[in-house]
Write a protein that binds this ligand. Structure first.
Ligand SMILES: [Zn+2]
Length: 248
């Protein structure tokens, strides 16, 4: 795989002793790859990513993987609050409100190759290939509900939990009941926290709860505008069950 290395971002620092465990996928919300390069390589912007993938599938390496790029901002995943130190950030040249509003097949094909390469190199778990909206659900929407997660699922780059049955999920539900976690909302919150999401403020704050559910749906449920709580609930239980079974 060939990278374009002629543009470098000054926006990075040391990872310290942190090991690379996560891959975070973003979109730039800018109008072109050219604009994104300028943005991500300008010192005053104080942001960067290790990689940027253009609409025609070119992969720009802006920050060396061994350094800590600045793409995640205030984030949380499985008790990691300094996501930048533990992750590789990949930006996609995409803007939902501009001409580059498609996840082109060339872009996605390059992304798949890049993820597979990083996954093997750093032994990254399938469960740790994440959306920016997964790690910052109260601030971020990218890569958005049109990002083709299904294509990554089909090629087993990320896990798929659609084949989990009702019997399987009953094991999880019985376990929650045993610990007296009975209301659907409490089960949803607890399951999401076991999966890795930041649930620290959602139980008492309905606005944050709804934002978390929206972030979850945008990635895992459907493209329908209305999805009832039952569907979300069933999906989350399946997800948790699969997560407990998936080693890598
Ligand atoms: Zn982002």
């Amino acid at each position: 795989m060939k990278y374009i290395t002629k543009y470098k971002s000054p926006n990075y620092n040391s990872r310290g002793k942190s090991k690379i465990k996560l891959i975070i996928i973003h979109y730039t919300a800018l109008r072109s790859a050219k604009e994104a390069i300028t943005y991500l390589c300008t010192k005053e912007r104080k942001v960067s990513a290790h990689y940027l993938i253009s609409q025609n599938g070119l992969i720009y390496n802006l920050v060396n993987e061994k350094f800590r790029a600045w793409h995640a901002g205030q984030s949380f995943w499985q008790d990691i609050v300094d996501v930048n130190s533990f992750s590789i950030g990949i930006e996609l040249d995409y803007n939902p409100n501009a001409k580059n509003n498609k996840f082109s097949s060339k872009m996605i094909s390059s992304l798949k190759k890049l993820i597979l390469k990083l996954k093997n190199k750093y032994k990254i778990n399938k469960k740790n290939i994440l959306a920016h909206s997964d790690i910052a659900p109260f601030r971020k929407k990218d890569p958005g509900k049109y990002f083709p997660w299904k294509l990554l699922e089909n090629e087993k780059i990320i896990s798929n939990f659609q084949n989990i049955t009702k019997n399987d999920t009953k094991i999880i539900e019985d376990w929650f009941y045993k610990y007296n976690i009975i209301s659907k909302k409490r089960i949803i919150i607890f399951a999401l926290s076991l999966i890795g999401y930041d649930t620290r403020q959602v139980y008492k704050n309905l606005k944050y709860y709804n934002m978390l559910i929206t972030a979850y749906k945008s990635r895992y449920v459907t493209k329908l505008t209305y999805v009832n709580q039952e569907t979300v609930y069933n999906n989350i239980i399946k997800h948790l069950f699969k997560n407990l079974l998936t080693k890598n």
